[in-house]
Write a protein that binds this ligand. Structure first.
Ligand code: AMP
Ligand code: GLY
Length: 419
């Protein structure tokens, strides 16, 4: 088979590493990829938002399966465009991806399907929004309706905080059109976890549950980020909870989307909060999580390609996923300044070593400079990921690998996988 991976992050490096192990794969391509992905795939210099360019490459190279990593191209209709040429795509249509692309739509789907989630209301007018938040004492989560690169949620504790968040989104338009409409949710509390399933439009196959660390600093302090590390499994999701998520969240969501003529084929990500009143969905994503994918794929045994192809073709009935019982931990190395303005172009040393069985360094924001040296090129530079006999052992091995990597100004959390 000829496979094309779309994306350039740690998630896509993990996908490339896993897919390259499949005996079914004859050629592996990635667009635009990164130097880590280039160890497993040939790179095409096409940006992820160039829908026509990507579809053209898929046709020209007789690609048999396109695997799309990020939400942007999915919401922009890449899967629809590629499917029009008769090429199977792992990743939902724009209509199905709206479950991530519009938080108001996601809430509508959840309500219609009876999926447990926080109470909410939708606003595009600041006065009414503020009155609603005030009536709740400011204990709300203010969410930009559209895609905001993981920065569209502000959890508030006072009316003043809610007012500031609403003003920023609805008046100052800090997220542009994405924040021209907001969802105000009642504020929940409890531990969080992510459950991701491969979906074929009708059936779901759960990947092992994971937990990510969204705040920049140790002890969950500091600003929100795309994710500073992740681990799998998590004791927040024992087997019984995973079954509950399948029955009460993922299957109802897939059925409701199908009922609306928007069958979901790809990875559906449920962000969960385990509240004292039971589990609640706080978000859906239309794709695999980053960095959750890195430890999840380390644990997945066997060939991933038949499962991706089956989801893309709409029939997962014959697919069973086997999971390594050993936990995995992935720790993100971030560039100086992240999650604010980052410095790039710093030399990265030690990232391309062989770290031994069960340890992988997945690259994200990396590039080669004119001299061919590996340099930093983004906020999240790489994810050092390791399997271990238990969580502590996996953590120790991931940090050992990180300890051998050098990046000026690079920083990482010291408590990934500490629960
Ligand atoms: P997101 O950007 O959608 O991943 O949300 C960022 C974070 O906001 C989540 O990981 C939660 O910690 C928090 N959050 C989202 N919704 C709520 C809510 N209804 N109540 C409390 N916290 C929330
Ligand atoms: N790590 C959370 C996400 O991928 O959205």
């Amino acid at each position: 088979m000829r496979i094309l991976i779309v994306g350039a992050g740690g998630r896509e490096h993990a996908l490339a590493w896993k897919i390259a192990q499949s005996p079914l794969v004859k050629e592996l391509w990635a667009a635009p990829g990164n130097p880590g992905i280039a160890r497993h795939a040939r790179l095409l210099p096409v940006k992820v938002d160039d829908v026509e360019g990507l579809a053209g490459e898929a046709r020209a190279r007789s690609i048999d399966l396109v695997v799309v990593g990020p939400e942007g191209p999915l919401c922009a209709g890449l899967a629809d465009r590629v499917a029009r040429d008769g090429i199977p795509v792992f990743g939902p249509s724009a209509a199905a991806a709206e479950i991530e692309g519009s938080k108001a739509f996601a809430k509508e789907v959840m309500q219609a399907a009876g999926i447990p989630t926080a109470g909410h209301a939708v606003f595009d007018e600041p006065g009414a929004a503020l009155a609603h938040a005030r009536a709740r004492g400011g204990r709300v989560a203010v969410k930009a309706d559209g895609l905001a690169a993981g920065k569209g949620v502000v959890v508030c504790g006072t009316p003043e905080e809610a007012e500031a968040a609403l003003r920023a989104m609805l008046v100052d338009r800090v997220h542009g059109r994405a924040g021209g409409r907001v969802v105000i949710e009642d504020r929940l509390s409890g531990p969080e976890a992510s459950v991701i399933a491969l979906c074929d439009g009708e059936r779901v196959r759960l990947l092992p549950a994971a937990q990510d660390h969204k705040r920049a600093g140790d002890g969950d302090q500091g600003p929100n980020t795309g994710g500073m590390g992740a681990f799998s499994p998590t004791r927040n999701v024992p087997e019984a909870v995973a079954r509950e998520v399948e029955e009460r969240v993922l299957l109802p969501a897939v059925r409701e989307l199908a009922r609306r003529g928007r069958p979901f084929r790809g990875a559906l990500y449920a962000g969960l909060m385990l509240t004292p009143e039971g589990l609640r969905v706080i978000e859906f994503n239309c794709r695999l999580g980053d960095p959750e994918t890195q430890p999840i794929l380390m644990r997945l045994q066997g060939d991933l390609v038949p499962a991706l192809l089956a989801a893309a073709r709409g029939d997962l009935s014959g697919v069973r996923l086997a999971v390594d019982p050993r936990p995995a931990v992935g720790v993100v190395l971030a560039a100086e300044g992240y999650p604010g303005r980052v410095t790039t172009g710093d030399v990265l040393r030690g990232a391309e070593e062989d770290f031994g069985e069960g340890v992988q360094v997945f690259q994200a924001g990396t590039a080669r400079d004119a001299a061919g040296e590996l340099v930093s090129a983004g906020g999240r530079v790489l994810t050092a990921t390791a399997l271990g006999e238990d969580l502590a052992a996996a953590r120790a091995r991931a940090y050992q690998a990180l300890g051998r990597i050098r990046l000026r100004g690079g920083h990482y959390r010291k408590d990934i996988g500490v629960t």
